[in-house]
Design a protein around this ligand. Structure first.
Ligand SMILES: Cc1cc2nc3c(=O)[nH]c(=O)nc-3n(C[C@H](O)[C@H](O)[C@H](O)COP(=O)(O)O)c2cc1C
Length: 327
């Protein structure tokens, strides 16, 4: 897939996810060889006001794979200044968030609120394009609500302003994550804008990805919730799209190895005090559907050190192995 002057290897992108796609998880995802890995959204103002945590979130040191940084903001001058800083951090592209539905974001005039102001959307793209030489992309929804559906208008406006690609999540802001993503809207955008469209929403299997590519004609696909606790979905999708074969069950083989690896990377990044509570959600996603997962999750809530969680994982792995022997 080509985005502006950037040639990406493949069509599978991983979604920006706040509180989830930090460096530790990106390193886990990178092994699955997606074409593009996104950071979580980074606030332009927090970056400009030298907020330590924001700089930490935008740090790409040691990441030798294509990482795009997503920016969140609504002031063209701030967004441009923040983009300049981020381009120096080694991002392969800058994405502008026009899809976040969270109340605290839209109240600020950011995220999906920007879609209500197509001229501002274009202005933001122009400002960032003028500030950096790397590609600039936009991630958006279908509009604020069914009454305010305007993704074609906004899509055309940002493409005209120089956006090098557009990711469309086929839902309205008012839907948050409810209902089904509307892939027909992705197909409509593909027909109407001259830049690559990355389709997003409800890809939970490699077959879903293939179906979206075929039904919509989009240039690439983006996976979000499906990769939570299941980074293998990304690699399996890459393989399936390349040679049409469903890979073997990597999840079963690599589950505990990956959980330990993710945990250790996460704690190294954040420290035990913050890292262990943050990792609980990831570990719960990893074990979803396994026998005694509820008990594991409950015990996990009482653990506060890396050592304790590693022991809990080892015991759980052993217990599952024993169960397999007896069945
Ligand atoms: C917990 C969570 C955090 C998210 N954070 C972001 C974000 O920071 N920026 C963004 O553009 N979208 C964000 N999204 C939306 C996803 O990138 C994606 O558009 C959405 O989940 C639909 O794709 P999916 O059906 O594959 O999950 C987030 C979604 C979830 C569930």
């Amino acid at each position: 897939m080509k985005i502006g002057n950037l040639l990406l290897d493949g069509q599978v992108c991983t979604a920006p996810m706040a509180g989830i796609t930090d460096k530790a998880f990106r390193e886990i995802l990178a092994r699955q060889k997606p074409a593009l890995i996104m950071t979580e959204m980074i606030s332009d103002q927090a970056l400009l006001y030298e907020n330590e945590k924001t700089h930490f979130l935008a740090d790409l040191t040691g990441e030798n794979y294509p990482v795009g940084i997503q920016l969140c903001g609504s002031n063209p001058a701030y967004l441009a200044d923040a983009a300049r800083i981020l381009a120096q951090k080694g991002a392969c592209l800058i994405d502008i968030n026009m899809g976040c539905p969270a109340p605290k974001i839209v109240k600020n005039g950011e995220g999906s609120q920007i879609m209500r102001h197509p001229a501002l959307a274009a202005e933001l793209v122009t400002a960032v394009k003028n500030a950096v030489s790397i590609p600039v992309t936009v991630k958006m929804r279908k509009g604020w609500s069914a009454e305010e559906e305007n993704f074609l208008q906004v899509g055309k406006a940002v493409a005209k302003a120089g956006a090098d690609a557009i990711t469309l999540h086929g839902r309205y802001r008012e839907q948050f994550y409810s209902g089904n993503a509307d892939w027909e809207s992705i197909a409509r955008l593909v027909r109407e804008v001259p830049v690559p469209v990355i389709g997003n929403g409800d890809i939970f299997s490699p077959q879903d990805a293939q179906k979206m590519l075929m039904e919509t004609g989009c240039a690439g696909i983006m996976i979000g919730r499906g990769m939570l606790g299941n980074p293998w979905l990304v690699g399996d999708t890459v393989t399936f799209l390349q040679d049409g074969k469903m890979p073997e069950n990597h999840r079963q083989q690599e589950l505990f190895l990956t959980m330990r690896d993710h945990l250790q990377r996460h704690v190294q990044l954040w420290g035990e005090k913050k890292g262990i509570p943050q990792m609980r959600k990831h570990l719960a996603w990893y074990v979803k559907g396994l026998p005694k997962a509820a008990q594991f999750r409950q015990e996990l809530n009482n653990q506060t050190s890396l050592q304790e969680v590693l022991i809990l994982l080892a015991n759980y792995e052993e217990e599952l192995a024993k169960r397999r022997l007896h069945t």
